[in-house]
Design a protein around this ligand. Sequence first.
Ligand SMILES: C[S@@+](CC[C@H](N)C(=O)[O-])C[C@H]1O[C@@H](n2cnc3c(N)ncnc32)[C@H](O)[C@@H]1O
Length: 336
Amino acid sequence: MKIIAYTVKGLEEVAKQEIQNLVREVNFVDLKPKRIVFETKYSKVLTDLKTVDDICLLLATGEISRVEDVLNIFRDINLKSAKEQIEQYRKVNNTFSVTFSLAKTKIKVEELQSSLSKVIGEDYNWEYTELDHSNFDIRVFIDNKELYVSVRLTEKPLFHRSYRTVSSKGGLRPSIANSMVKLATLGDKGIVVDNFCGSGTILAEAYLAGNDIFGGDIENMAVEATLQNLSNLGCKTESKIKRLDALKAPWKDKQFDFAVSNLPWDKQIEIKSVTDLYVGSLSEYARILKPDGRLCLLVSKPDLLIKHAKAFFPNKKIEKFQIGFLGQTPSIITII
Ligand SMILES: C[S@@+](CC[C@H](N)C(=O)[O-])C[C@H]1O[C@@H](n2cnc3c(N)ncnc32)[C@H](O)[C@@H]1O
């Protein structure tokens, strides 16, 4: 069966690696920005993927430039048989929705939405639900002239996590947090620290991956959010999560194996001096990490961070991956 995995732009290789580790027999067909197409017989395990945003059954691909081209491709798809396949995973009723991701195309979402909802509704006698995407959700992904039509295997997007009952300003998408944990831990387990924990997404993903976790935030509200989200996982936090200033953290020297953090950037949270923030937090991470400790940091000014990271971690390899997330292009920096 042909599957398409949708990812955050820039994290395709991390997701490919996770798919390879999880699925016994897999044949990769296509890897392009934000999507990976592959074939496998073992599709049920795919819902366990953590670095992927959405996992779907691929129904058709094609070259298109007008709405009519998309409708022609839809006419050749047997949505009834696609629905029967989805019913092997979960119960579905006679409603459908459509999720659009359109880039570099003149086609307008509104026009496509109204034509598709009408055509599918009439051909199959199903009811279109614009707001509820939890039943039979058809995903239309267009990148320039390339069209991918697929249908979601799961009820909710794969990046959804039920432990996240509280969020805080600048909350990170769990699939990015999970990728960052993987980039730092490289399959090992240990003690992870996040001194900018916000609502605790990175710590939660690190905990779920079998690590011990410590961290905190300068805002009381963020610490409370983290405590709540971690307690939803049954994680005992005792004195491991605190209100703290990452520039003067209350941790012992050489206490941790990994530091994974999403540093604040101006668009989300006001900061006085980015240089002071980067230098102060790197200096603390250099102190509290073991000598062979590894870091993975998400930042808005990668070159500035790398310049200072070279001074604090002169013997480590530093790599940069730019990602695309909610219209912004921050970078993940690994210091290994
Ligand atoms: C981008 S957010 C982190 C979001 C988090 N990864 C999540 O998923 O919710 C950055 C966090 O850094 C915190 N912060 C800013 N300056 C800080 C400092 N000096 N020490 C500790 N935390 C700080 C902010 O309060 C904010 O919660």
